[in-house]
Design a protein around this ligand. Structure first.
Ligand SMILES: [Fe+2]
Length: 199
């Protein structure tokens, strides 16, 4: 059976996000990788043991796949967005053009993205490119998987679980986490994802 391995990320020192915060968060990410492997092993074990007897257990376990798999994958979108260091807060490229078209201005897009990020509860604010609809979307995913859009390309993913910022900020300071997340972004990573989504 294929086994997932945790990825490593070359993160620079971040402004407003501590090393302690990042280390704790990377540990949680590694937990998702461990658990998607475990979960798949358990489905296989239960199936081999007695698929009929354990039908409910197998089904319940399979239903957790979206949570563990996306918990792994969303963090693999998250951390690399800081790799290479912070850039100017506009992309100046093709992505900026489509976002300005949809949201009126770059600031209009950022305001909207932050607003979605302030949604209540644990989840992700994400920007994607819908290749079929030829349009960007910003949306909210509860946990890692509830409300996830199918067949879109993820361009920018902002972790809004409390674990993403509680070492540095209180829940009432959620906007500070959003500002720090954005301030440290390498928009080149996001722009490159967009270019690859177009091809
Ligand atoms: Fe996270």
């Amino acid at each position: 059976m294929h086994t997932y391995e945790p990825k490593s990320f070359s993160l620079p020192a971040l402004d407003g996000i501590s090393e302690k915060q990042i280390d704790a968060h990377l540990g949680l990410y590694q937990g998702y990788v461990k658990h998607i492997n475990l979960l798949r092993e358990q489905i296989a074990d239960l199936t081999n043991e007695d698929a009929e007897k354990y039908a409910f257990a197998i089904e319940s376990t399979r239903r957790r796949m979206g949570f563990e798999f996306n918990g792994m994958r969303m963090h693999e979108f998250y951390f690399p967005q800081w790799e290479g260091g912070s850039t100017s807060q506009t992309t100046g490229g093709a992505l900026e053009k489509v976002l300005v078209e949809k949201y009126g201005s770059w600031d209009g897009f950022l305001t909207h993205f932050k607003k979605v990020g302030m949604s209540r509860g644990s989840g992700w604010a994400t920007l994607c490119w819908d290749k079929k609809g030829k349009t960007p979307h910003v949306w909210w995913t509860v946990d890692h998987e509830l409300g996830m859009l199918a067949d879109v390309r993820i361009l920018l993913a902002m972790d809004m679980w409390e674990h993403a910022y509680m070492v540095d900020y209180l829940p009432v300071e959620k906007m500070k986490h959003i500002e720090a997340f954005l301030k440290n972004l390498n928009w080149g990573v996001v722009e490159a994802r967009f270019e690859s989504a177009l091809s």
